[in-house]
Design a protein around this ligand. Structure first.
Ligand code: ADP
Ligand code: UDP
Length: 255
């Protein structure tokens, strides 16, 4: 890790002060947590892969006009991003029943949804990210109705695009979580941008043919071959890092 001022250490990443004002360096760790950090572990090479996967997806989304915090990748584990005011909201988009949706409604995992569902959760480890509605968000001043319209529009567009992108490499995008933040320009005008990361840590990705899980559920549910699953996602995206450091094993699962 470089000698920079640390702003924040989270469960999966460390944020450092960036080289220019208004920037941050996002360092991707191999640490993995689940069930509100009650389960902890390490996924060897995850940080390197998520740095690369998130860069790739954020750049693709920028290409279709989604504003993102991503500026450029700095090295194997770090990327330069715009510093934003993160909204305390986790936006979850679902295409197929899985995880907490399956539990909450007693539905079978894997059931396709007739249309995509967008849900909001309050970002609070202490309160275990409770589910919230637009009413809570606007009443508590976390975002305005206009912000929510923008977030909903961007989220659905991101979902459409990513579903297609993953389908093209034999992967079903079951669900995923997004975070948005506010940035201000020199005239103090506010814009919402996509922030944080998009990676197998916060997406459910299933092989289209076999429904094999290729995401953090392998860690959460002790399914084994966790590292291999992250590598396989990167491999199919065509971005498996070349000459990765010793902590990265070569591709193992080739179909
Ligand atoms: P957590 O905080 O849930 O443990 P991470 O380990 O991923 O999660 O930490 C990264 C933190 O940085 C998150 O809280 C996320 O909201 C925040 N973050 C992500 N992108 C930005 C950004 N561009 N500017 C400021 N904060 C950010
Ligand atoms: N998710 C996330 N961070 C969270 C909660 C959920 O990235 O704090 C992602 C998770 O990886 C999945 C989607 O959001 O892709 C939906 O998660 P769910 O509500 O089913 O929660 P889970 O039971 O997985 O915690």
């Amino acid at each position: 890790m470089t000698r920079r001022k640390q702003i924040y250490e989270g469960k999966a990443k460390v944020m450092f002060e960036g080289p220019e004002p208004g920037t941050l360096v996002q360092y991707f760790k191999d640490d993995a947590t689940a069930f509100n950090a009650q389960k902890r572990g390490t996924i060897t090479g995850k940080g390197v892969l998520n740095n690369r996967i998130s860069e790739y997806l954020m750049l693709k989304l920028a290409d279709i006009g989604i504003p993102t915090h991503f500026i450029r990748r700095l090295n194997m584990r770090e990327q330069l991003v715009k510093k934003v005011e993160i909204l305390p909201i986790e936006v979850v988009i679902r295409n197929v029943v899985a995880g907490s949706l399956a539990t909450r409604f007693g539905m079978e995992e894997g059931t396709p949804l007739p249309r995509s569902i967008v849900e909001y959760y309050y970002k609070s480890d202490k309160l275990q990210d409770p589910m919230i509605s637009e009413e809570h968000i606007t009443c508590f001043g976390w975002a305005t109705t206009q912000d929510l319209d923008d977030i909903m529009q961007m989220s659905l567009r991101i979902n459409d695009f990513l579903q297609g992108l993953f389908l093209g490499i034999g992967i079903k995008l079951v669900d995923f979580k997004l975070e948005f933040g506010r940035v201000f320009n020199e005239n103090d005008e506010m814009r919402l941008v996509l922030a944080d990361e998009i990676s197998p840590d916060n997406c459910r990705l299933w092989d289209s043919k076999t429904n094999e899980k290729m995401d953090k559920d392998r860690f959460r549910r002790d399914l084994g071959k966790v590292e291999e699953a992250y590598q396989e996602v990167a491999r199919r995206l065509g971005i498996l890092p070349e000459g990765a450091p010793g902590d990265i094993k070569g591709p193992q699962t080739v179909q």
